[in-house]
Design a protein around this ligand. Structure first.
Ligand SMILES: CC(C)(COP(=O)(O)OP(=O)(O)OC[C@H]1O[C@@H](n2cnc3c(N)ncnc32)[C@H](O)[C@@H]1OP(=O)(O)O)[C@@H](O)C(=O)NCCC(=O)NCCS
Length: 144
């Protein structure tokens, strides 16, 4: 059974593993933990029969902003990214934000497909936003 639930401390090792396998400059366990405990930070995990196969995170400050969505490689393309994204959209709407934003690498066409499918539109670019590749970011936004 697949479900998306708020992340708990016990999920940290699994989330850090997914992070390290998916990012060139991955967040360490300590950095993740520090971010997880920020009052405006919301983390969720996708569980398949209690196994952590993806995670998502979002900041809810003045704006609602997606900070990450990652699905472990062998669980991709079966709808988990969509579940994680829909959950963040639902949470932002419940919290009465009128829109949700995110940054995505220009080269990350797969993630752009996902976001476009859910109604996100490109609004502007951030030059040299990513430290690992120096790539520009596309800022995408969805209004509810
Ligand atoms: C982006 C990511 C989260 C998608 O997760 P996923 O569980 O595979 O996504 P889903 O199965 O829910 O697919 C949803 C949509 O994403 C797009 N998509 C997913 N994989 C794709 C692929 N290989 N090629 C093209 N589009 C793809 C499609 O639009 C798909 O809809 P469709 O199945 O109707 O075509 C996943 O590829 C991932 O973790 N990538 C690495 C981390 C990353 O780039 N995160 C985003 C940072 S901004």
């Amino acid at each position: 059974m697949m479900q998306v639930v708020p992340m708990q401390f016990k999920h940290l090792d699994d989330v850090a593993k997914i992070e390290s396998e998916s990012n060139i400059i991955a967040w360490s366990k300590n950095k993740l933990l520090n971010d997880f405990y920020k009052p405006y930070s919301f983390y969720f995990v996708a569980l398949k029969n209690n196994f952590v196969c993806g995670y998502s995170s979002m900041y809810c400050k003045r704006d609602a902003h997606i900070t990450n969505i990652i699905v472990a490689e062998k669980f991709r393309r079966i709808g988990i990214g969509s579940l994680l994204l829909q959950n963040l959209i639902d949470i932002a709407m419940q919290k009465k934000f009128d829109c949700l934003t995110l940054e995505v690498k220009i080269s990350n066409i797969i993630a752009q497909h996902l976001y476009t499918k859910f109604g996100f539109k490109p609004i502007h670019f951030k030059k040299n936003f990513y430290l690992d590749t120096n790539e520009d970011a596309i800022v995408m936004q969805k209004y509810f």
